[in-house]
Design a protein. Structure first.
Lengths: 159, 340
């Protein structure tokens, strides 16, 4: 099968690659670009571990054809920190012990970022809804909800 | 349709570790010429905090800052033997092995420091900040880094220690059946409150209150993290997940995360936890460890709460809406029990 030339913005940097038809964005990110932060959990949209932002919107990269990202801005966990400075959500996850094994963490952080980008002052229910597509096996969700609320509150305090 | 509120309680007595032919774990501790220490283990950190806790134990037993200790849970091919991270044994078994190894390494470190300071090792103490000094004379001091360098390049000594902790096999007495499968026990009590819908059979968690006695909590935040996450898994085992919903018939087994149902962030409930610390005589710094016990009391407490709410005794897990409805139908309707 002929490969397709594809260009998009990956965490602010333009990338150009060739992909086979039908390859999903998760595979393109992990195996071609080498960004291992989106995780492969189930491969069918059931767990949220592969969540990334495309033009600021939350997407499951395992269900997104790589070619549909052409010309768009793809954000992954790898782009969340600013140089050596962690994103406020990352710091809140650390402070609230919101990660144990860590496998769901990249997807959780992207789901949380998508929420806070469009709604900087979410209610608890809104946080719960925002992470409902992401499965966590370790934390019981409570520390994750608390971390997202704390990051939102921290953002308000600075504003 | 009526929603019935019910409350149930469960208490558990939980053995730490296991007894399948003896339960050993080993640890090795050595210093690098930088004066930092490495703990070698085959034990695995699954996210429960094994690396953090063994790091704390090693630093405390050596008398050095926790930042100066690195834990390498390398590989079971090359590391010292460990039975594994299961049976709630990590903190207790591995922690004890690390403590023994760190004590042996501390002995060598103090001897090496004594040689440098030209005093008797028995007169030395550590300040926990990376220095070793003569008791009562803190100015007669040497850093652990300088001791490590002297041991390595001048004295020709390895600052290292070996540790093993073994709970030997407890055989069963053929006459009485008596045995001692564990050397220490953790305890917990949990009260669960649920709402049971008698039209749909759905059970919703309302709140949980619990007390866990688990020896000394070496890292209170990690203990809390384990208890919160473990209780969620208890809810999941009680009400949601199973690979074989019609066991022993394997039909309708879930094939993926869409069918393998677990409680999501909207299905959890407030959980108030009290941690009681009764140091274990044979635990590292008195620790037993939370482990699997985090999840265990939730299941019977939820089953009891359902009985309290609608009067049905659920004895199969998970307690799905279908099972609850069938049980309510079989007894001719919901029969709320008295609230105590």
């Amino acid at each position: 099968m002929p490969k397709t030339a594809l260009q998009f913005h990956h965490n602010g940097r333009e990338v150009a690659l060739f992909v086979d038809g039908g390859v999903n964005l998760l595979v393109a990110l992990r195996e071609i670009i080498g960004d291992m932060t989106p995780k492969f959990g189930c491969g069918q949209g059931g767990c949220g571990a592969c969540s990334v932002l495309i033009d600021g919107e939350l997407h499951l990269s395992c269900l997104t054809l790589a070619e549909t990202a052409a010309g768009r801005a793809v954000e992954t966990l790898d782009g969340l920190k600013d140089g050596p400075n962690l994103h406020p959500l990352q710091r809140a996850f650390m402070e609230h012990f919101a990660a144990q094994c860590g496998y769901c963490t990249p997807g959780m952080l992207m789901a949380a970022k998508a929420l806070l980008d469009r709604n900087p002052t979410p209610s608890r229910d809104e946080v719960v809804e925002a992470i409902s597509g992401n499965i966590c096996r370790c934390t019981g969700y409570e520390p994750i909800i608390n971390a997202v609320l704390a990051a939102a509150a921290g953002g308000r305090a600075r504003a | 349709m009526t929603r019935h509120r019910g409350r149930g309680i469960a208490s558990i007595n939980y053995p730490i570790g296991m007894n399948l032919g003896g339960d050993p774990s080993q640890a090795l501790v050595h210093s690098n010429p930088s004066g930092k220490f490495t703990v070698s283990l085959s034990s695995i950190d699954l996210g429960q905090g094994m690396k953090s806790v063994t790091r704390q134990i090693c630093a405390e037993a050596l008398g050095v800052p926790v930042e100066d200790v690195y834990v390498d849970t390398a590989d079971s091919d090359t590391g010292p033997h460990c039975m594994g991270s299961f049976a709630s044994r990590g903190t207790h078994r591995v922690g004890n092995a690390v403590m023994a190894a760190a004590k042996e390494a501390r002995g060598v470190m103090m001897e090496a420091a004594a040689e440098e300071l030209e005093v008797n090792a028995a007169d030395l103490e550590t300040d926990g900040r990376g220095n070793i000094h003569v008791k009562g004379a803190p100015h007669r001091s040497i850093s652990t880094k300088d001791v490590a360098i002297a041991a390595q390049f001048k004295q020709g000594k390895t600052i290292s220690g070996r540790g093993i902790f073994l709970v030997p096999l407890s055989a069963v007495d053929p006459e009485t059946g008596e045995m001692s499968p564990a050397t220490c026990y953790a305890h917990a009590c949990l009260v669960a409150e649920v709402d049971v819908d008698d039209e749909t059979g759905e059970v919703a968690m309302v709140r949980m209150d619990s007390a866990y006695e688990l020896g000394r909590a070496l890292n209170p935040r990690l203990v809390e993290q384990q208890l919160v996450g473990g209780a969620w898994m208890g809810i999941s085992h009680a009400l949601y997940e199973t690979p074989e919903p019609y066991y022993p018939d394997p039909v309708h087994g879930p094939r993926d995360f869409v069918e393998y149902v677990m409680p999501g962030p909207g299905d959890i409930c407030p959980h108030d936890i009290a941690v009681l610390e009764r140091p274990a005589a044979d635990g590292p710094f008195g620790a037993k460890g939370p482990g699997e016990m985090c999840a265990n009391p939730v299941l019977p407490a939820v089953a009891n709460a359902i009985f309290n709410a609608v009067g049905v005794r659920m004895d199969e897990l998970p307690i799905t809406p279908e099972r609850v409805l069938r049980a309510i139908k079989a007894q001719g309707g919901a029969r709320p029990q008295t609230r105590r």
